[in-house]
Design a protein around this ligand. Structure first.
Ligand SMILES: [Fe+2]
Length: 283
């Protein structure tokens, strides 16, 4: 199989064509896709008809499949029957119970599982049902944000850690301080090297990052707000407009993603499977 790689924006993202993910990939093709992904950070493979198992097999070319990290109580009855790592991102309600998580509306920039000690390196998302408009996924390139930091801000952040906290199911930060005992938290370096490329990234995000460790609160808030504003600048972004059958895989180590709003009365269903960062675990 020979693949074609077509960049989707100046900032990040590429479409890969010439692959059928319903059958196993030969090692050369899997390697070529991995290289394209490390270079472009987000890859889009369109027109696929994928079962849970097809998506799990695809994720497995890049590392161990990640376990679904949310507390078990947040897993719907429908999902308990599926592969252990499958999560539905959906607003659909069946028999009075939501089948998935993160249902409606806009979602702030974040990186998946950034509240964990060893966050999952990749997320794959497959489009099963889509609304007539909106619900796009916007990606931001954190290598480029790192390289564009103003000197004063870079000096404030250098050598510091930030605390990430995430209240499961929250799409927009509503509390200035997390307080629920079930909130997962982790401390990560703000300048965090990518576990495979070694390139430096900015690893804070407006949904999960609560504070810069060791800075007075006002100074921490001001520095984070400056970074968040930079992360939203159009020069660092690619906006993905979903089509049915799209499989998208992004690199959580060097990108953030956000979601645009969409009509609440329309169904949206995407199937998510993540990949663990085995290099990060041993680093
Ligand atoms: Fe996400």
């Amino acid at each position: 199989m020979s693949i074609k790689v077509t960049p989707l924006s100046d900032a990040l993202g590429a479409e890969i064509s010439g692959v059928d993910l319903t059958t196993p990939l030969d090692p050369e093709t899997a390697k070529a896709i991995n290289e394209a992904w490390l270079e472009h950070l987000v890859i889009v493979i369109r027109g696929q008809i994928l079962s849970d198992e097809d998506q799990v097999r695809f994720g497995g070319y890049f590392g161990p499949i990640g376990d679904y990290l949310r507390p078990g109580t947040l897993r719907s009855t429908a999902m308990k029957e599926r592969h252990r790592s499958v999560m539905f991102v959906s607003n659909i309600v069946e028999n009075g119970e939501p089948i998935g998580t993160l249902p409606d509306g806009e979602m702030m920039f974040h990186t998946d599982t950034g509240y964990a000690q060893n966050p999952h390196k990749a997320t794959t998302l497959y489009a099963v049902e889509l609304p007539g408009s909106g619900g796009h996924t916007i990606f931001s390139n954190q290598y480029a944000v790192h390289d564009a930091l103003p000197d004063a801000l870079r000096q404030t952040l250098a050598g510091r850690d930030a605390k990430n906290a995430y209240e499961f199911g929250t799409m927009i930060k509503t509390k200035q301080r997390y307080d629920a005992p079930e909130t997962a938290t982790a401390i990560h370096p703000i300048f965090r090297p990518h576990s495979e490329t070694g390139r430096m990234t900015v690893y804070v995000n407006e949904l999960m990052t609560e504070e810069i460790v060791g800075l007075p609160e006002a100074e921490s808030r001001a520095a984070l707000d400056e970074v968040f504003a930079l992360q939203r600048e159009p020069r660092f972004l690619y906006e993905h407009v979903w089509q049915l059958g799209d499989l998208v895989m992004w690199d959580n180590r060097c990108t953030l993603h956000a979601r645009t709003d969409f009509p609440r009365d329309q169904r949206r269903l995407l199937r998510r499977i993540t990949v663990e960062d085995s290099a990060g675990a041993t680093a």
